[in-house]
Each structure stands twice: as structure tokens, then as C-alpha cells.
Design a protein around this ligand. Structure first.
Ligand code: ADP
Ligand code: NI
Length: 218
């Protein structure tokens, strides 16, 4: 099977599995990450097959919905790729990326992928959490999780550790301070950083406007 056919087959399976998912990891999130990862990857001498497969499979199974089992994603991806006889070297690169890219939340914990391909997929995934789409995803997730949109009496918390981030039930506006506004400093490539700066400005403008409207000033 050639690379194009393999990618198409994996994309079909991911689509079937994630279509209509409502916590922010739906198929269209995958499509955006896939496209952005290809765009950033285009500036580098990288293994584009690894990038595309990792982008497609990076959210195939999330520890947050499987009792914190962090191996569920890499394991699921591996078994899908093995069915297509993908070389083990490629499978290892892809599962390694899936393992490394998820945001662990706590202030001091930064998971920096060990390969450029991983850094690029992580950048693409993080870019989808900021800007206009990031805002939409945050409120969609908040609704899904049953969190309030905003509570002026609850301050944002920077989580001390991963456990605290996982069990966090704060408001969606707090999520901007706990995660979204931190992402521009965490891009791995200059290409992503430039896009992130622009999206970050948009988040800032949005928060200003939100607070003005909240106070009845705009
Ligand atoms: P990733 O796709 O990087 O693994 P997550 O699974 O943590 O990210 O989040 C998926 C989407 O849901 C992101 O856009 C993220 O900002 C949003 N999200 C996650 N946790 C919260 C939260 N507590 N409140 C609002 N949005 C959230
Ligand atoms: Ni994702």
C-alpha cells in the first residue's frame, strides 16, 4: 500500500471514530491539526508520513476519558497501524509523538517532544486551542463538562501538578488563564510561534471585550 492510500485509510477510520465527538476532539479538530502540521512541516526536512499519521491519530483515545490511562492512545494507534503493516520504525515514531504531545497542565511541567516531527504536531494541536477556534472549543468543552462560563468570584488557579489539572473543574474563562494564554510561549517552531502571537492577541482582545460587556461597559 502506498503512503497516500495508507493515510487515506487511516483518515477514514479516525473520521468514523471521532465524527460527532463533542468534547473538542471531533473529526474537524483532527483535520485542522493535520492541515496545520503539514503547513509547518513544509518548511522543514522532516518525515511527512510520521507527521501526518501522528496528526491523524493524536487524539484517537484520550487518557482523560479512560481513567487516566496514558497508554491508551499510543496502544490504539499502534494496533491500527499494525493492521496496515506499517514499518515498526514509523509506528514507534508515531506512538512516541502521541505519548509526548498532550498538555500536562501544571505550571512547571512542560512536555517537549524529542523529535522535530513531534514538536510540529504539538504546535499544530496547540494552535487549535487558541484564536477564534480555540475560544469556540473552550466554550464547547465547558458546556460538555458542565462548567460555568464565568464566575467573577473564582480566580484562576495555576495547577500545582498534573493531578490537580486533571481533576480541575474551573470556569471556561479561567481556562484561558490556566492554559490558553500560556500556549504562545510553548511553541516549538518559529512558524507556529508567529501564528500563535496573532491568535494570542485575539484572545486578549476577546477577554477585554468579555469583561467590558460583563461589567455593562460595552
Ligand atoms: P489537547 O487537544 O491539547 O489534548 P485537551 O484535551 O486538554 O487538549 O483540550 C481539548 C480542547 O478543550 C482544547 O481546545 C482545550 O482548550 C479545551 N479544554 C480543555 N479543558 C478545558 C476546560 N477545563 N475548560 C474549557 N476548555 C477546556
Ligand atoms: Ni488534539
Amino acid at each position: 500500500m502506498d503512503q497516500k492510500a495508507l493515510i487515506a485509510a487511516i483518515a477514514d477510520q479516525v473520521r468514523a471514530q471521532l465524527d460527532g465527538e463533542s468534547s473538542g476532539h471531533d473529526w474537524w479538530h483532527i483535520v485542522r491539526v493535520w492541515r496545520m502540521a503539514r503547513r509547518i512541516g513544509g518548511s522543514y526536512n522532516v518525515n511527512m508520513l510520521v507527521i501526518e499519521l501522528a496528526a491523524l491519530l493524536h487524539d484517537i483515545a484520550d487518557w482523560k476519558f479512560h481513567d487516566g490511562d496514558e497508554e491508551i492512545g499510543p496502544r490504539t494507534a499502534r494496533s491500527m497501524l499494525e493492521k496496515y503493516h506499517v514499518p515498526d520504525q514509523v509506528i514507534q515514531a508515531v506512538t512516541g509523538i502521541i505519548r509526548q504531545i498532550s498538555f500536562k497542565g501544571a505550571a512547571g511541567i512542560r512536555s517537549i517532544p524529542s523529535t522535530l516531527e513531534g514538536g510540529i504536531v504539538q504546535d499544530a494541536d496547540r494552535l487549535d486551542a487558541i484564536g477564534a477556534i480555540g475560544i469556540a472549543r473552550a466554550f464547547a468543552y465547558g458546556g460538555y463538562a458542565g462548567n460555568s462560563m464565568h464566575d467573577p468570584e473564582s480566580a484562576p488557579a495555576i495547577h500545582a501538578n498534573q493531578e490537580a489539572y486533571r481533576s480541575n473543574r474551573s470556569t471556561t474563562i479561567n481556562h484561558f488563564y490556566e492554559k490558553l494564554l500560556l500556549l504562545k510561549e510553548r511553541m516549538n517552531t518559529p512558524e507556529a510561534r508567529e501564528i500563535a502571537l496573532n491568535r494570542h492577541e485575539f484572545l486578549r482582545d476577546y477577554l477585554d471585550r468579555f469583561s467590558k460587556e460583563w461589567d455593562g461597559l460595552a
